[in-house]
Ligand binder design. Sequence first.
Ligand SMILES: [Zn+2]
Length: 152
Amino acid sequence: MPKKKDKRIANTPKAAYLWSLCSKVVREADDYTCRKCGKNWRYEPGFLDGAHCEGRRKGSVKYVYTNVLSLCRIPCHSWFDELSSYDHNDFVCEQIGEEAYEALKLQARGMLKLTPSDKRELARGFREDLAFLHKCRATGETGNLRHRLEEK
Ligand SMILES: [Zn+2]
């Protein structure tokens, strides 16, 4: 007899889904523009990645917006992944500021265990942020909207 699945657990967002939402929010906020070369990918968003400043395996910062930069899959993301730690540090500081990066590194030391309810909450927050950004765009706001997410 197949076990009856707990409906709430069955409805728990999967990591891939959470990441796709998070990456969409970040890329929309960045106006689908590569942070390295400035190329715009709005009409080919699949070629723009959300690149993690602090490794994505560090669960505690996997879904933190400041930890994610929009970069062309090729060549900018590969370029970014191959930087020496010194140059990596430099580029990230340029992008998000030294203070934010220091805070991120601290946060990355922690572990994050998400419960099913945390995951649903996270997904809800991403969908809200995405809808908010779409609303900003609809009223004619252009360019980078990261600051709008921070104001929320
Ligand atoms: Zn690029």
